[in-house]
Design a protein around this ligand. Structure first.
Ligand code: ASP
Length: 292
């Protein structure tokens, strides 16, 4: 993602979507709401925004479907919920949250996850809800130029949120369509607790985006938390160390981190990362590229 690959309209649309999600999450926290509610609300907003690779606007699989993955984790209790490969749930993050709350499981997949959704009052949507012409164009372009498999512009765009609430608890949520042209039931790091998503009040909350295979191998989100908890690394130092390990494995991407004291990091090794941050002092930041 560079200033050459995103035109002014796309930049404006992404910035507006980021600001809307940020403000939705911030409103929850300003009202005294919990971190887990704030991340669920923020990620739901991004899922409904067709510009991001999650929910509506998710990338297409090789066979022209949309298969969605999502996870949530509450740092206070270390309870977590996740779903993979769902095709009929409008807001996968809310289904992940229901998995977390309705127990006893952490991670459900495919048709079973969708049965669980129905059993818990989440109505299915027509899969056409997720499809956008731009994502279909990207799939066609990828199929026409197989070397584009490694084009980060086409691959990434997962959404995530981390939050710290007034009580000092943290939470993380991540949602994605995965990779354009994925097949064979491929699942990335996003819904894997410890890889793309993790939260622990003893360390912080982390949500990741990037080349999922390397994030899985690094146990990225948990590793960042472990560094903060066991070595005393700052959020930024821990994030950069783990992104360095991922780089050594041939992976790129970015992470967002918040700690129970409100320290944050938004580190990335790609040219840009859609990101936004706000706090109770009035700080409010929306950025895309390395320089803003
Ligand atoms: N990490 C996601 C995955 O591998 C992709 C992304 O971040 O956009 O599924």
């Amino acid at each position: 993602m560079t200033r050459d690959t995103l035109d002014a309209a796309a930049i404006a649309a992404h910035r507006a979507g980021l600001a809307a999600a940020l403000d939705a999450g911030r409103a929850v926290l300003a009202d005294g709401g919990s971190a887990i509610d704030a991340v669920t609300v923020a990620v739901s907003a991004l899922e409904d925004d067709p510009h991001f690779n999650a929910g509506r606007g998710a990338v297409f699989t090789y066979h022209g479907t949309n298969e969605l993955d999502a996870a949530v984790m509450d740092g206070q209790t270390r309870r977590a919920g996740a779903v993979a490969g769902v095709t009929r749930t409008r807001n996968p993050v809310q289904l992940a949250r229901t998995v977390m709350e309705a127990g006893p499981h952490v991670f459900l997949s495919g048709a079973g996850a969708e049965d669980f959704a129905r059993d818990h009052g989440i109505a299915p949507v027509d899969p056409a809800w997720f499809a956008t012409p731009e994502r279909l164009r990207q799939l066609e372009e990828l199929k026409a130029h197989p070397q584009a498999w490694f084009d980060a512009d086409m691959k990434y765009g997962t959404v995530g949120a981390v939050a710290r609430d007034a009580a000092g608890h943290v939470a993380a949520a991540t949602s994605t369509g995965g990779l354009t042209g994925k097949r064979w039931g491929r699942i990335g790091d996003s819904p894997l607790i410890g890889a793309g998503t993790y939260a622990d009040d003893r360390a912080g909350a982390v949500s990741c985006t990037g080349s999922g295979e390397q994030f899985i191998r690094a146990g990225a989100a948990h590793e960042i938390c472990a560094r903060m908890r066991l070595t005393g690394d700052s959020a930024d130092r821990a994030a950069r160390a783990v992104l360095g390990e991922i780089g050594a494995m041939g992976g790129v991407g970015g992470v967002i981190v918040v700690t129970p004291t409100g320290e944050t990091s938004m580190a990335f090794t790609t040219p840009g990362m859609f990101r936004a941050r706000a706090d109770s002092t009035g700080a409010h930041e929306v950025a895309i590229f390395g320089d803003g």
